[in-house]
Design a protein around this ligand. Sequence first.
Ligand code: SAH
Ligand code: SF4
Ligand code: F3S
Length: 474
Amino acid sequence: MIALDLPSKQHDESRQGEALILEKKSKKDGNERKLYIESYGCAMNFSDSEIVASILSEDGFSTTSEYEEADVIFINTCSIRENAETRVRNRLKQFKAIKRQNKDLVIGVLGCMAERLKSKFLEEEKLVDVVVGPDAYRDLPNLIAQVNSGQKAINVLLSREETYADVSPVRLNSNGISAFISIMRGCDNMCSFCVVPFTRGRERSRDAYSIVKEAEDLRDAGYKEITLLGQNVDSYNWSPENSSAKINFANLLEMVAHVSPDMRVRFSTSHPKDITDEVLETIAKHENICKHIHLPVQSGNSRVLDLMNRTYTREWYLNRIDAIRRIIPTCSISTDIISGFCSETEEDHQETLSMMDLVKYEFAYMYSYSERPGTPAAKKLDDDIPEEGKQRRLREIIALQQEHSFYRAQKRVGKTEKVLIESLSKKSKSDFCGRSDHNHMVIFPVLEGYKPGDYVNVLIERTTTATLIGYIVS
Ligand code: SAH
Ligand code: SF4
Ligand code: F3S
């Protein structure tokens, strides 16, 4: 998954549950209907909300950032951990009051929670009118019409083909500089802890030419950075119709890198079992493919990894790290870690810490295990680590990661980083912020003649735990 928040947020439960409220404002005029959509969870969900907005714009909807003026309120939901679902339920309660005032208001639940709970949502959450799974968004205009005629509506069919390849997203989450492009949907991996294969269905890759076209459109609109999204981008695999040619992720990366030397390419998420030397060589070869790989490890112990059904061992993972260091020596590496998975012993936990010591990740997203109903782990394994134990291990992981993030950040002091200016810093209007090639957040004083969307070279003077601070040298 892609990090939507700053990498400086080392323990970020919110990454998978942060609401993003639309920035696009629009005035209510005539009979135009208004859509308010709030997204939770991973970048995939945020990207899907842009597809939803596009499908509904064809049906006469424009988006609004004020839910009070909306005709339709959608929450695009996440099921990854229990607390992600709790947040959504709490948010729905807040919408109850508005629904009381406006009986015609349509409230819908989209995304992974809709897919997981299906019609249960209509039974449990009385104020919800429509429930739509991630592969059924083309049906939204019909479903809304059904609700307008007085019924409840639901479509949670998963598809083996749907990639929304022809839908041109309405860029809701964007600053006009960087954008997401979904390159595939679903996941076939069946990691035992994970709900995604159940909420997003089978893995399918999107037409490579439609991806390149979307990248070209973004280039022409002045965008400077694209992030290719998939649950496991390394298993991207697409063939043109009536052709035996196969386009793998390395080929796709290369095609997209050629769209413009001035447009950066990022991608997420890589899977240790599938990331090939060919992919690494492609990253090394192209200046505009960012030298950062998010490679979730989950655990440093081979027995736990086996129980998680990650299909790699500690040794295999370390071999992939060696390959990254050999082929892309400057590459930064980040990860995801789960503490307290079923049967994890104190020694197993120590192996996770020692894995962290060996790799010294630039940053990490760290979670305690949350059993998800219906997953293989929930069916077959005992969630036997007491909450207190999970949390203590998590605290140790977070503390160690903070040391490593600081260590990695310090290594950049005295170096010049190529930064894409994103905006003024939230803390000070006299500073810019942007990301380095290696995905560090960088803060530096505004300099006349430079603006968001420009690349600058920033000399790093000092750091916080994970943020680099410096000044523009050219
Ligand atoms: N497809 C990506 C990310 C999936 S979800 C991948 O394979 O890496 C993002 C992260 O959430 C996972 O990497 C994992 O660390 C965490 N996660 C998933 N299910 C979880 C669960 N049941 N409890 C705690 N963390 C979980
Ligand atoms: Fe979940 Fe594993 Fe698929 Fe990632 S690769 S989405 S963790 S099943
Ligand atoms: Fe959450 Fe679904 Fe993404 S469960 S993490 S929104 S794929």
